[in-house]
Design a protein around this ligand. Sequence first.
Ligand SMILES: Cc1cc2nc3c(=O)[nH]c(=O)nc-3n(C[C@H](O)[C@H](O)[C@H](O)COP(=O)(O)O)c2cc1C
Length: 197
Amino acid sequence: MNDQIFETVVTTCSPAGVIHVAPMGVRYSGDRVVLKPFRPSTTLDNILVTRRAVLNLVDDVRVFAGCVTGRRAFATVDAQRAGEPRAVRLACALEHLLLRLDEVDDDLERPTLGLLRVHEARHGPWRGFNRAQAAVIEGAVLVSRLRMLPPDKIVTEMRYLQIAIDKTAGDAEREAWGWLQEAVERHAAAAVEGAAR
Ligand SMILES: Cc1cc2nc3c(=O)[nH]c(=O)nc-3n(C[C@H](O)[C@H](O)[C@H](O)COP(=O)(O)O)c2cc1C
């Protein structure tokens, strides 16, 4: 049986305080939040050094689409606790969990990090499932794998996801979807150019 995975956004800080934002699928195991970052990963490096991460639960899917299309300058808010290392959350987080690294199961390809909750806070209401948001997350996964997937699979899946966008998107979802479409088109154009060379 597979683990149940939830798509979140993890904010970390380097020891010098540089903020990093990355979408990450997480598992919840008892008290623990479990992350499995593929190497190489700035998120992994930051967590191993600072032993802290912030889990952001968001419904603004522009963060997912933005991260996979090179737009990472999202507004953040200080989430540091007294006596703790620097931590920030996304300004758009509906909820955030400040986490402390508790256990590392090391692996050359994909270590498993077990983190414990130091603090958590709610900032906004969750309004229910939105199919366009789910479509943007699926689209972001596709875009993060453009180099690994056959072109016809990308076209077919984007066409299917477009249905949910057309039926249920708001402005944020439409903007995020536009960034993903642009990335898919850029990738397809580069492939045609490469083949013609
Ligand atoms: C919805 C979604 C879920 C993701 N989940 C993971 C994950 O669980 N582990 C991982 O290594 N990368 C995951 N990624 C890809 C990372 O966000 C991306 O590769 C990121 O840049 C990680 O490397 P970094 O820490 O250097 O930023 C996911 C991407 C998306 C769009």
